[in-house]
Design a protein around this ligand. Structure first.
Ligand SMILES: *[C@@H]1O[C@H](CO)[C@@H](O)[C@H](O)[C@H]1NC(C)=O
Ligand SMILES: *[C@@H]1O[C@H](CO)[C@@H](O)[C@H](O)[C@H]1NC(C)=O
Ligand SMILES: *[C@@H]1O[C@H](CO)[C@@H](O)[C@H](O)[C@H]1NC(C)=O
Ligand SMILES: *[C@@H]1O[C@H](CO)[C@@H](O)[C@H](O)[C@H]1NC(C)=O
Ligand SMILES: *[C@@H]1O[C@H](CO)[C@@H](O)[C@H](O)[C@H]1NC(C)=O
Length: 459
């Protein structure tokens, strides 16, 4: 390629640069300066460096300052941060080349599956390993850049359990928020195990975190061309704060779960309807319906009961939950969400504040109900929570097993066989038919909670 300098264009450039500089001078006291930093100038570089190193503390921070790269390998987080240039080769086997002489404190290569849940074998089977190789290892075989990017990269995988809504939120959207929100969209997503439907499904949320089109590192959906993308720094993997948790004392600091909620609601333009009944309108109750397992077999009766109690009832089958943009709007207009233990309940993140979550808990699923799906998440997201415990006669076990079968008489013997055995029986092999007269008390309680909320609280 041949370059010639076009003098008028050059002058315009200088003027533009000067106006930026002047603008910056006047604004730096009141505005964060990333809004004004532009490609390549020293301030922008320092700022990128600052944002990258914010993810590290103590020895890890010392290490990145000394070596240009630091890899954290302590659960729940496994990730690397480099403040120097990297070249990422896409294709069947993506590789991250450290092209600015960065050295690992130990060895010349680090392999990482860029997804949380590092000790979860099933999740890791669906996640590809990415090699990060130092100058020494690549033996000067660092490839030339095909595409040069101005912002740093975050490399992660949409394999794992991304297809499950709880995991999509907990394993990907939330760690992405923790790891990248400080970059104010000036970060480039580089995605391994790229799942096109997943990116489309969450595009409205993802586009709030990165201003750029995604770079596909690898995919099992289509062949990925081998190209070399160059970046001024990178994060490989996530800073992860563990299950549905954001620890404001931990790096990068100053983020909490309500920030995350606010981020989700803003991304999806949710307006947060008042949850109390307003003039002539009944409060809306959504039933998250499941079909294959933990199915509420008398969901129509429950819907009817809801109307009788005073709700405007919406029965949401799994197909309804697929479009996040649409379904989050419905959830955001609801006062009550009802459902059996399961990932669909994670849609509670879209409820207006003080709404009521009613979780129906089948036999032996108290842990799941508390940690993953209803109880703890409701508390964290500022919601109220009611729990309905299924009795043996309401569980499909009642007809599936005799009373002295270990599944009923000795659940611990099933637990001792390991999680897959437990899951097969209690999570995948159980349906529910709630006792309508008993469940009525729970729905009446939910209704009472809804009408008692003072509207001024529901901003
Ligand atoms: C260095 O790396 C090797 C293998 O890559 C690993 O087994 C060892 O534990 C590491 N040592 C330290 C001190 O991190
Ligand atoms: C939050 O992070 C800080 C700093 O890393 C740590 O000391 C503290 O134990 C964490 N708190 C929880 C509840 O995990
Ligand atoms: C979801 O629904 C919205 C509004 O109806 C529509 O514009 C959008 O294309 C749908 N998204 C997907 C991924 O189907
Ligand atoms: C649970 O219900 C679904 C239908 O909703 C059915 O396909 C499945 O076989 C049932 N499972 C059991 C264990 O009865
Ligand atoms: C809500 O509270 C405000 C003052 O805190 C009060 O003026 C108002 O009457 C209350 N509304 C309801 C519906 O209780």
């Amino acid at each position: 390629m041949k370059f010639s300098i076009n003098v008028p264009v050059f002058i315009v450039f200088i003027l533009l640069y000067l106006s930026y500089a002047v603008f910056f001078q006047f604004n730096h006291l009141t505005q964060p300066f990333y809004s004004f930093s532009k490609c390549g100038d020293v301030r922008a570089e320092n700022h990128v460096r600052f944002l990258l190193t914010r993810l590290l503390r103590g020895r890890d921070l010392e290490e990145v300052n000394k070596n240009g790269i630091s890899c954290v390998n302590r659960l729940p987080s496994v990730f690397c941060v480099t403040t120097g240039d990297v070249r990422i080769k896409t294709g069947a086997r993506p590789i991250v080349f450290l092209s600015a002489g960065q050295q690992f404190s130990n060895g010349t290569t680090f392999s990482i599956k860029p997804y949380p849940r590092q000790n979860d074998e099933a999740a890791m089977v669906n996640t590809m390993s990415i090699d990060i190789v130092s100058h020494v290892e690549s033996n000067n075989g660092i490839p030339m850049c095909d595409v040069v990017h101005v912002d740093p990269a975050i490399v992660f995988s949409t394999g794992g359990y991304s297809g499950n809504f709880f995991h999509a939120i907990n394993d990907l959207i939330m760690p992405l928020f923790i790891t990248t929100s400080d970059f104010k969209s000036r970060i480039q997503f580089v995605i391994a195990d790229y799942a096109p439907y997943w990116i489309k499904k969450f595009s409205q949320i993802l586009s709030q975190l990165s201003a750029h089109d995604v770079v596909v590192a690898s995919s099992s959906y289509f062949p990925v061309r081998s190209r070399v993308h160059c970046f001024p720094g990178a994060i490989v993997g996530f800073k992860y704060h563990d299950t549905l948790n954001i620890n404001s004392s931990d790096a990068p600091g100053d983020l909490n779960i309500m920030d995350f909620r606010h981020f989700l609601h803003q991304s999806l333009s949710l307006k947060n309807a008042p949850i109390t009944p307003v003039a002539g309108k009944k409060p809306i109750m959504v039933i998250i319906a499941r079909r294959k397992s933990r199915s509420l077999l008398n969901e129509n009766e429950v819907a009817h009961l809801g109307s009788e109690v005073g709700f405007d009832v919406r029965l949401a089958p799994p197909s309804r939950l697929k479009n996040v943009t649409e379904f989050s709007q419905l959830v955001n207009s609801c006062s009550v969400m009802v459902g059996v233990v399961g990932a669909g309940l994670t849609n509670l993140v879209f409820l207006p504040k003080n709404a009521v979550v009613v979780q129906i808990v089948p036999l032996q699923l108290n842990w799941d109900a508390r940690v993953c799906y209803g109880k703890n998440p409701s508390e964290k997201f500022g919601l109220r929570y009611l729990e309905y415990h299924v009795r043996l006669e309401e569980s499909s076990f009642y007809t599936q097993y005799s009373k002295d079968h270990p599944v009923i008489s000795d659940p611990n013997s099933i637990k001792r066989q390991g999680y897959p055995a437990f899951k097969a029986v209690y999570l995948d092999g159980q349906n529910v038919t709630v006792d309508i007269s008993r469940f009525k008390h729970t729905l009446l309680q939910a209704y009472k909670e809804v009408v008692s909320v003072n509207r001024s609280m529901t901003s």
